[in-house]
Design a protein around this ligand. Sequence first.
Ligand SMILES: CC(C)(COP(=O)(O)OP(=O)(O)OC[C@H]1O[C@@H](n2cnc3c(N)ncnc32)[C@H](O)[C@@H]1OP(=O)(O)O)[C@@H](O)C(=O)NCCC(=O)NCCS
Length: 182
Amino acid sequence: MFQPALPIETPRLVLRPFTLDDLTELHAIHSRADVARFLYWEPRDLEQVRTALIDKAATTELTGEGQALVLAVTLRETGDLIGEVVLFWRSAEHRQGEIGYIFHPGHHGRGYATEATREMLRLGFDGLKLHRIVARCDGRNDASTKVMERLGMRKEAHFVENEMVKGEWTDEIVYAMLRGEF
Ligand SMILES: CC(C)(COP(=O)(O)OP(=O)(O)OC[C@H]1O[C@@H](n2cnc3c(N)ncnc32)[C@H](O)[C@@H]1OP(=O)(O)O)[C@@H](O)C(=O)NCCC(=O)NCCS
């Protein structure tokens, strides 16, 4: 079992578990078409966000593969919710994980996603003792590939039209990092 010490503080951010009080601010992020553009889901209404939030708030520790730890990212100065980061435990046997990130467009372009996601790599490698962590995105999601590169991840694959997402064939890009590379 892995129970991270929370919250996690970085120079500008606080990463903490979600609570049901985050509904309005999370809805302001998940309801946007520009946020959902390269995600697997369409912009969400309040009830869909509530359902997603209940899931996020329920997990504050990882007890087995297949689980995901999602943390709310807030600004240290104001406490505002600006996004979320996730660490998936993909395989216990192979010690594999995956990270992900979603931020409000009003807070893009300041390095917050990179600053927060680095902490999820740290949790994966130092806390969960993973051997390899991947990140994946739509082939057109340049902002996301830049985050992976800023984190020092290696591009491992560009799959061409390997998925049917929102009615169109889409490319998928995979980046990875090994424990020794962190
Ligand atoms: C993917 C996503 C999180 C990237 O957000 P972002 O703000 O571009 O990424 P970062 O927080 O790392 O910020 C980097 C930018 O801030 C700039 N920056 C400013 N101050 C900085 C600092 N102190 N440190 C690092 N970068 C800084 C960088 O130069 C960079 O700008 P550039 O994109 O013009 O090169 C964002 O586009 C998003 O939430 N998209 C919607 C959801 C999504 O698609 N998620 C990914 C699914 S795979």
